[in-house]
Ligand binder design. Structure first.
Ligand code: ADP
Ligand code: MG
Length: 693
């Protein structure tokens, strides 16, 4: 076994208990540990003469203890250790609170490295609780640039530093060089061993920069290779060429006129399908922009060509809804449409599968069930998946393998800035629906604190008495000891609301319910039998309840902006004036700024750009929504130029060696493959709670 795969609980100084804490940080084995890069660095490399230090400055000084340390007892529970240190230029009085043992370690004449904050000027300089080391300490944290890691309760900087130090020492020989030498030469990139060493323990800021540049390049290059490989293996395939059809025939059958953006997306896709190459396209459009219609037009197009289509939705409820909508659009033309979902009886499933295999259906709509092994298709030429960020890249390819070389259309309601889309959907061509159907109402959005609770309840009562329905979203399912007590759980909050509104019908739906129960509750909400639906983020994806006019999000600060935007998109889908209320008692300035963005705009693209700016791309990636690996070093804001170079390099390499089968690409190949296997188990679950950490 490769040492890098060693579980960290076997590392010296870690053990079972601490390992669990490391796990919380996403660190499971030695490879993770050496890839757990510092959040920032403290420059303790140069020592400043005391006389040159300023009031309030955090510095490293090298000084002599001018006296033995003294213990001063102020009162019970307050003990100070005091001593003075001097260098040629001046003196500093050092104080430690409640660390009496320090007294025995400091003696007159000791040579010390001290790092801390200077308070005062002249002969009155003081430092409180500084970092202190004997001069010449091996592996010390003064006299050098020191890494600062992201922590979790129970793990200290010191512990992480020493764990990383040991891991690096023990694994130095095994760190694979994934970048081929020619590439490293061409782009002037540092070696692996050097880079890992210097990203953690840089000898200088120049070394840090070289290390970082290499690792950023490596990270983006691996991602570009992985995506490029997928795109390559799909798009180099020829696809079923389709003949020109008069799409106006379909458009003119609709009760409304398609928007320009819808038409553009359709013609992009049609062009792909006529090209003789397999289509591999993403249609990105804000909630309510009318993506379903685009799908319908393409299904119609394939049918006109004599081919069948499959439409996959992430949940049963959505599959049902799409079945209704698409049937409405397409039945008039005589398309034969079927449905396949998990909750159907074995007999029903068997019948549908038989019809599919016999080529008796022109469109099948369903959930994951569509790509279970025993489903056979005939004449399948178009595969459409809705809200794909819920599926992850792997699932997509398993559905593709069902057809002969089907065209693939992916629809996503997560608007993301173009730059990010480039990477996240690097394997897809993109069409953006950037125009809303006419007459769409703006959802009025308010950010409020707990003090508005009574008014908010009054508002619920008013809307329900007018016949409307209300969504309430909570960040968790049930009481959870690990979260602060003010965080609302769906179950409890539902009970509270029911108590408050004894005459209203309150229900609760969450990811832990069985699919069947979840469905029943959702269906009765859709049918109008429930007034207030309390839920976790399970309702995030596109359920359509035109009568719902109020979306309340509890502990709104615990959600990402893009997620809030998705939630808000659940209302304002009918003729009624709709509202979104974001409740949060978190008065952190950044949090308030974030929520404010929501009250100012309804534009999903703007929101995701703000989200990106405020949260940073690391989080954006790490949110697990895209089925892509989190970035360890790359910052997509400032590393855009590296991204372009890395993409270019990946493209060149894949052109010359598409399968990465050359011996000098062996390590690269392994790394690229690992990228998606590691990630695949986190990308599937669409009921998990995505709480920001
Ligand atoms: P999403 O992009 O969120 O999936 P949908 O496809 O569910 O959006 O469309 C939202 C609503 O807008 C549906 O009720 C649909 O019938 C309607 N719609 C779609 N396109 C148009 C249009 N061009 N004009 C008017 N209404 C439209
Ligand atoms: Mg939709």
């Amino acid at each position: 076994m490769n040492y890098l795969d060693t579980d960290i609980r076997y590392c010296k100084g870690i053990g079972e208990k601490k390992a669990l804490l490391f796990n919380k940080l996403g660190v499971f084995n030695v490879r993770d540990l050496v890839s757990y890069f510092p959040r920032k660095y403290e420059d303790r490399s140069s020592f400043k003469p005391i006389a040159l230090t300023c009031d309030g400055e955090t510095v490293c000084i090298n000084a002599l203890a001018a006296e033995d340390a003294r213990l001063v007892r102020i009162r019970r529970g307050l003990e100070l250790v005091k001593f003075r240190v001097v260098d040629e230029s001046g003196s500093v009085d050092i104080t430690f609170f409640n660390q009496p043992y320090i007294k025995n370690n400091i003696h007159r004449g000791d040579c010390l490295n001290i790092y801390g904050k200077i308070i005062g000027v002249g002969g009155k300089r003081t430092m409180t609780n500084p970092v202190i080391e004997r001069e010449g300490t091996v592996g010390g944290v003064t006299g050098r640039i020191v890494p600062v890691y992201r922590l979790t309760t129970g793990l200290s900087q010191k512990l992480i530093i020493s764990a990383v130090r040991q891991a690096l020492d023990a694994s130095a020989a095994e760190l694979p060089e994934v970048l081929p030498e020619s590439l490293r030469k061409k782009y002037k990139l540092a070696q692996t061993g050097y880079s890992y060493e210097n990203i953690h323990f840089p000898a200088s800021f120049e070394d840090l920069e070289l290390a970082r540049r290499r690792l950023v390049f490596e990270e983006l290059f691996l991602l570009a290779c992985a995506l490029g490989k997928m795109k390559g293996s799909h798009s180099k395939q020829s696809g079923i060429p389709m003949r020109e059809q008069n799409i106006e025939e379909f458009f003119s059958s609709l009760p409304f006129v398609p928007t320009g953006a819808q038409k553009r997306a359709v013609s992009d896709a049609v062009r792909d399908m006529q090209s003789g190459k397999a289509m591999n396209r993403l249609v990105q459009g804000d909630v309510g922009s009318g993506k379903t219609l685009v799908a319908a037009a393409l299904v119609w197009y394939a049918w006109k060509n004599g081919y069948a289509s499959a439409f996959m939705a992430p949940t049963e409820i959505l599959a049902n809804q799409h079945f209704e909508t698409l049937s409405g659009f397409l039945k008039p033309f005589g398309l034969r449409i079927g449905k396949l979902t998990g909750s159907m009886t074995a007999k029903q499933k068997r019948e549908v599968k038989a019809e599919l295999a016999a080529g008796e259906l022109d469109l099948i709509i369903g959930t994951h069930a569509l790509f279970s092994e025993d489903v056979e298709y005939k004449n399948l030429a178009l595969v459409i998946t809705d809200e794909q960020h819920r599926f992850g890249v792997n699932q997509r390819s398993s559905l593709i393998s069902k057809g002969e070389k089907p065209h693939v259309l992916v629809m996503s309601a997560t608007p993301i800035p173009r730059t990010l889309a480039l990477i996240i959907y690097g394997d897809l061509d993109i069409s953006v629906i950037d125009e809303m159907p006419p007459g769409r109402q703006k959802v009025d959005t308010f950010a409020v604190t707990e003090s508005y609770r009574t008014r908010l309840n009054g508002f619920i009562r008013k809307l329900v008495s007018e016949g409307r329905q209300v969504f309430v979203v909570c960040p968790m399912i049930e009481e959870n000891e690990e979260l602060p007590p003010n965080v609302k759980s769906a179950q409890e909050h539902a009970a509270e609301l029911q108590k408050y509104f004894p005459n209203l019908k309150v229900a609760c739906v969450h990811g832990k319910l069985k699919a069947k129960e979840k469905n029943e509750i959702m269906q009765s909400f859709v049918a109008g039998d429930i007034d207030i639906l309390v839920s976790t983020t399970v309702i995030e994806v596109g359920v359509d309840v035109p009568n719902a006019a109020l979306m309340i999000v509890e502990n709104a600060d615990r959600f990402g902006l893009s997620q809030l935007h998705q939630l808000r998109g659940r209302v304002g889908r009918g003729e009624h004036k709709s509202y979104c209320v974001l409740v949060s008692d978190n008065d952190n300035e950044a949090t308030q700024a974030r929520l404010k963005v929501m009250t100012k705009t309804n534009d999903g693209f703007k929101i995701s750009e703000e989200d990106l700016k405020l949260r940073g791309p690391g989080d954006f990636f790490g949110s697990r929504q895209h089925g892509l690996p989190a970035m360890h070093v790359a910052d997509l804001g400032s590393d855009m130029n590296v991204l372009q170079t890395a993409q270019q390099a990946a493209h060149e390499l894949l052109t010359s060696d598409p399968e990465l089968s050359a011996p000098e690409h062996a390590q690269l190949k392994t790394a690229v493959e690992r990228l998606f296997t590691v990630n695949s188990d986190t990308s599937v679950s669409y009921t998990h709670l995505t709480l920001p950490t």
